[in-house]
Write a protein that binds this ligand. Sequence first.
Ligand SMILES: [Zn+2]
Length: 97
Amino acid sequence: MPLYNMKENGSGYKIAKFDDDLNPEEKSVYTVTATECTCPSGHRPTCRHRQMLPEFQATGRVNTRWFLEFDNREWFFLDDRIGLVNEARVRRSWRRL
Ligand SMILES: [Zn+2]
């Protein structure tokens, strides 16, 4: 399942696609706004990248270690020690603190 993360560098939002091992997929970084996207579906009314942008913004996960698996709408946090952690497990571990 591909994972996506979102970066904002002052000149717009960039969404990148990664495989299960978090290797970035070649040519799969797109500049995205609410209405436009540089992906191959950019000419369509919408695309998955434009749909993901508000999800990253609403959760405050732009420029973070959070990754979204779009198909299942599942979030994963990249932990230095244990790698990707599903959001449900992250929340449980935070509650233990
Ligand atoms: Zn797109």
